[in-house]
Every structure is written in structure tokens, then in C-alpha cells.
Design a protein around this ligand. Structure first.
Ligand SMILES: [Zn+2]
Length: 400
């Protein structure tokens, strides 16, 4: 594919009246409502989250986790409850890197002037990390939604792509809790990085055939042999790859940030499908790309999508944004029904940003209930729980 990866074609403010009307000609596509679950049908949280960052429990004031009332959030007439005619993003099982690239191009073609994209880095196996920007790129308030830093958690990618498409499709006509969507988006630069670890996603989805570099493949086989020898895994090789979280050289990217990094898994000194923190904080191209884009933008908040557990993490040691982050977790819990967890994260992107000299508030949202990779049959429920999250946090950063 001839994908112009350095293009940054944000055409400012231009009315795209007719986009939705035009798409009415393509009614053959199944509307989202055909598979969407009932609003507010939020299953109970499970208790074995896969945070990759958790340590001991501690809530605000040491209170541990917070119980969310059973009552689901009230339904409203927000735009994301409507169907998009002829949608570009079709969530499917194992929604791939290539599909994401095609959908980014198609969204840019359908919504000229309303979406831009750039690559912020390249992986060891040659894939690009995409930063997609909607809203007003020149706005002072900026927010980042980041996902799939862990390979096997790829179910968050179609979720985030669908969140993007909804905001574009309803930018003129939509509202959120009585506020015009266009006004919210006009005051905010909204960045989405839906696939921070594309090599890890491809490896989990496709196995060995995903990896193009013979050296990387050799390294992956050696990691499996070492993990078997050390009894870190009892899985057959193919299943070991399905459960892959790391990048292509076996570094767990959400252990690769400078937040109590030294204390993380000190005895694991080789690459692995998970948990290896790397040779130093920010040793990997993917974590460097995230750090760079964050340094360049000055985000007010960062939302991190992971899977699974239906829980929300908000804390770390020496958290300089504890009050704001807990506030955000409470707001997100009200929308998703997910349980707030008090664990203090170690080595993760969120944890690092909360402790930096210029700290950034943030949360980690863990979607899905089943084992990872989350079964695609859960996608409709995940969409229902998370479709309103971008608007919730646009409103949040505009009022904080
Ligand atoms: Zn994760």
C-alpha cells in the first residue's frame, strides 16, 4: 500500500455537509444497531484484571477499590446511540494493522479537513505507529487516547477506531449531554493512538507468519525456549504467541517507563511474551515514540486502553496527579460500570506520566471479561460501555 506516512494534512474548518447524506446511498451495510447490545447492560466486574502494572492495593486514603452501584447510567439521546450509515470501520475479530491503515485512509478521504494522521515511529519489524488527530489541532486543550500497547489486547483497536468515526460522522449534528459536539471538538485537539504496539498485535493475531525479520523470529523462538526451561510457560508455542503482550524483541512496553522501573521483575533478564522491562526505561522504539509525541503536545490527560478485567487503574507511587486521576476514574466508572482499582502501577506509561516533572493525569481502562485475547463476542458490550468515553473526557478537560 502506498501509505503516505508522514503526511499531516489537517485542512482547517470546512463544512462537510452532505457526508452523511451521501452515505445514505450505501444502506446495504449493516447498521451498528444490528449487533449492539442493550444500553446499560453492564455485566458484573471480574476480579482478575490484567493490568501489567499493578502492585499492592491502595485507594485514596488507603481505602482499596470502590464499589460501583448496580444502577446503570441513564440512557440519553447522544449521537453515539445512533447508527452510522455505511460505516468505514467494521469491528471484526483480529482487526488488523493493515485494516487499521485502510480505515485511517478511508476516514481521511470521507472527512477532509476534519482528521489528520502522522506516524510517530516505526517498529523493529517495520510497522508504523499512527497518531490520528481530530477536533481542533490548534486548540490549547489536548487529550490523548492510547491503546494496544500490549499485543494481545487488540480488541481495543476497533473500539478506538469506531470512537473516532462516530465523532467525525456526527461532528455537525451530534450533541453530548446537551452540548453541541462541534463546540466540544472545536475547543480540543483529540489524539488517538489506537495501536501502540503493532508488531505485538500482529504476532498475537497471526503467529510466526506475522514477523518479517528472520533475526526477530529467531529471538522469539529463543525466548519461548528460555521461558519453557525456566517454567515461565507451559503453553504450546502457538498458544504462547497468541498470548503475546510484548514488542517483537520481547520487551513489555508497559514495563518500559521510568516509574519504579528498577523494582520491576529484577530476575527476568531476557525477552519474553510478557513482563520483561527492557535494558533501560524507554529502550524501545514504541515507548520512545509515545514519549516523544507526549513531549511535543502537552496533553491535559491521557486515557490508556487495555484488556481485560472491566476495571480502572488511576494510581502510582508519588502520583502528582492523584486527585485529578481519581476524579477521571470516577467519571469513567460512571459511564462504563467498571470497578475502580487502588493498585499503584509500576513501569507503565500512565504511571510515568503521573510522576513526571510536568505530570499528566490519566487512567487505564481495562475492557472485557474473558481471558486475553478477549473473545470478540464481547465486542458489542465493550462498545456500549465505552462509546461515550471520548466525549466524557473532552468535557472533562474543558472544565478542569
Ligand atoms: Zn495491558
Amino acid at each position: 500500500m502506498n501509505f503516505t506516512h508522514n503526511s499531516r494534512k489537517h485542512i482547517t474548518k470546512k463544512t462537510v455537509a452532505g457526508c452523511l447524506c451521501l452515505s445514505l446511498a450505501f444502506l446495504a451495510a449493516a447498521p451498528l444497531s444490528a449487533w449492539a447490545g442493550p444500553a446499560g447492560d453492564i455485566p458484573p466486574a471480574v476480579t482478575v484484571p490484567d493490568s501489567g502494572t499493578g502492585s499492592g492495593p491502595a485507594g485514596p486514603g488507603g481505602g482499596g477499590s470502590v464499589t460501583i452501584p448496580d444502577t446503570p447510567p441513564a440512557a440519553d439521546d447522544s449521537f453515539y446511540n445512533q447508527a452510522i450509515m455505511d460505516p468505514i470501520v467494521h469491528p471484526v475479530d483480529k482487526y488488523s494493522y493493515e485494516q487499521m491503515e485502510q480505515d485511517i485512509l478511508a476516514l481521511a478521504a470521507r472527512y477532509p479537513g476534519r482528521i489528520s494522521y502522522q506516524t510517530i515511529g516505526q517498529t523493529l519489524d517495520g510497522r508504523y505507529i499512527y497518531d490520528i488527530v481530530i477536533g481542533n489541532p490548534g486548540a490549547q486543550k489536548k487529550i490523548l487516547f492510547q491503546g494496544a500497547i500490549h499485543g494481545r489486547e487488540y480488541i481495543v483497536v476497533p473500539l478506538m477506531m469506531q470512537q473516532i468515526e462516530y465523532m467525525l460522522a456526527f461532528q455537525d449534528s451530534g450533541s453530548y449531554l446537551g452540548q453541541p459536539l462541534n463546540a466540544l471538538m472545536g475547543q480540543t485537539a483529540i489524539h488517538f493512538i489506537p495501536m501502540s504496539n503493532p508488531d505485538g498485535v500482529a504476532l498475537s493475531q497471526l503467529g510466526e507468519s506475522a514477523i518479517r525479520s528472520p533475526e526477530l523470529l529467531e529471538g522469539i523462538r529463543a525466548m519461548y525456549a528460555a521461558d519453557v526451561a525456566e517454567e515461565r510457560t507451559a503453553l504450546p508455542y502457538e498458544q504462547y504467541l497468541v498470548r503475546w503482550k510484548s514488542n517483537a524483541r520481547g520487551v513489555d512496553l508497559n514495563h518500559n517507563f521510568n516509574a519504579d522501573w528498577e523494582s520491576l521483575n529484577p530476575t527476568l533478564n531476557h525477552g519474553s511474551s510478557s513482563d520483561f522491562k527492557g535494558s533501560a526505561p524507554l529502550s524501545e522504539p514504541e515507548s520512545q515514540a509515545l514519549a516523544n509525541v507526549i513531549a511535543q503536545n502537552g496533553f491535559s490527560a491521557v486515557i490508556n486502553y487495555h484488556a481485560m478485567g472491566q476495571v480502572i487503574y488511576w494510581d502510582t507511587n508519588d502520583n502528582k496527579k492523584a486527585a485529578e486521576s481519581y476524579d477521571m476514574a470516577t467519571a469513567a466508572s460512571g459511564v462504563t460500570g467498571y470497578q475502580i482499582m487502588g493498585s499503584k502501577g509500576v513501569g507503565g506509561l500512565k504511571d510515568w506520566l503521573q510522576r513526571e516533572t510536568s505530570p499528566i493525569a490519566g487512567i487505564t481502562l481495562e475492557v472485557g471479561r474473558s481471558a486475553c485475547p478477549v473473545a470478540f463476542s464481547e465486542y458489542p458490550a465493550i462498545w456500549e460501555q465505552n462509546k461515550g468515553i471520548p466525549c466524557l473526557f473532552l468535557q472533562y478537560i474543558l472544565t478542569h
